[in-house]
Ligand binder design. Structure first.
Ligand code: NAI
Ligand code: 15L
Length: 275
């Protein structure tokens, strides 16, 4: 039986990293029913706490001691902070690779038992759009960013096997107000569906390390979520309502990565630092 949000008991304190980002700002409002206190963190500037139900803490994920302090007293972590696009490896290293290690190590030391990790479709971005994947398909990262998310998923798996910290790794497709292009007709995840998926990721018991693709109920999809059925995630939205608007855009050329690969343009980013 799936529990609805009105029946759920709020956590005492939830930590949201990446709170100054696009999704962080959206989740700051939407996570309110799930926590008495929401601790919001980012390296960047955030709006001040709106009341006693919020704590705002500036922290660089690359700072191990800072992250250790950040995690003290929290009951679950929504790890959304980090570099969110393809960048040179050196930029990804501190925020995403060291950052995810710092989050799990702090979780272990403070006894936090649940993490929701914002992974990405870019862990499988080098698959072609005519291929169908599930959670067990071998990963094919499409860049350093995708590699960092792949490492984050392995970190989650290790911390479950070794320390029993449970994680849902959400391989988010494209979570924006609406799909911006043809590729996103398949990868789009509405904010409502993202919120539901986070709710299920926080409250479902015995998730171990579960990998789930974060997509709405779009018409043409590449990913099969049957291995995450225990989450009870039932997306309600579909990119279909935006089809006419999206298809009014010119069709990309046949050899454009945006038309060929699941990761779209990310597969063609770089190389960096040759000059
Ligand atoms: P965003 O780039 O708007 O937000 C990421 C936030 O992380 C930023 O506010 C940034 O300041 C912060 N950050 C970067 N480096 C940091 C560091 N060293 N220490 C602390 N904070 C740092 O990205 P968005 O779209 O909000 O995505 C949130 C998360 O979801 C990211 O982890 C991203 O990789 C993931 N994701 C998002 C997708 C989307 O469609 N929006 C798709 C797939 C994954
Ligand atoms: C991501 O992982 C990025 O964080 C986001 O900005 C989008 O580019 C998204 O993937 C996507 O693939 O559309």
């Amino acid at each position: 039986m799936t529990t609805t949000s009105s029946e759920l008991r709020p956590f005492n304190r939830l930590l949201l990293t990446g709170a100054a980002g696009g999704l962080g700002k959206v989740l700051r409002q939407r996570l309110r029913p799930y926590a008495n206190i929401l601790r919001l963190s980012d390296i960047g500037e955030m709006a001040p706490a709106e009341g006693p139900h919020e704590e705002v803490v500036r922290c660089d994920l690359a700072d191990k001691a800072g992250v250790h302090q950040l995690v003290e007293g929290v009951d679950a972590i929504l790890h959304f902070g980090g570099v969110s696009v393809e960048r040179p490896f050196e930029e990804i290293l501190g925020a995403n690779i060291c950052g995810v290690f710092h989050i799990y190590e702090a979780a272990r030391r403070h006894g936090v038992k649940r993490v929701v990790f914002a992974s990405s479709n870019h862990v499988i971005g080098f698959y072609k759009q005519d291929q169908r994947l599930d959670a067990n398909s071998p990963r094919r990262p499409d860049g350093y960013y995708g590699l960092s998310k792949s490492y984050g998923e392995d970190m989650a798996s290790f911390y479950f096997d070794r320390y029993g910290i449970e994680t849902v790794s959400i391989r988010i497709g494209s979570s924006f107000p609406e799909p911006a292009n043809r590729r996103m007709m398949s990868t789009w995840l509405s904010y409502d569906d993202l919120t539901q998926l986070i709710e299920r990721s926080l409250y479902t018991e015995n998730v171990g390390h579960t990998v789930v693709y974060g997509m709405s109920a779009n018409r043409e999809v590449w990913w099969d979520n049957s291995q995450a059925a225990h989450l009870g995630f039932t997306p309600k939205d579909s990119s279909e309502v935006f089809r006419d608007k999206v298809e009014a855009q010119p069709m990309p050329a046949a050899d454009d990565p945006a038309r060929i690969y699941q990761g779209g343009a990310f597969v063609a980013a770089g190389p960096f630092g040759d000059d």
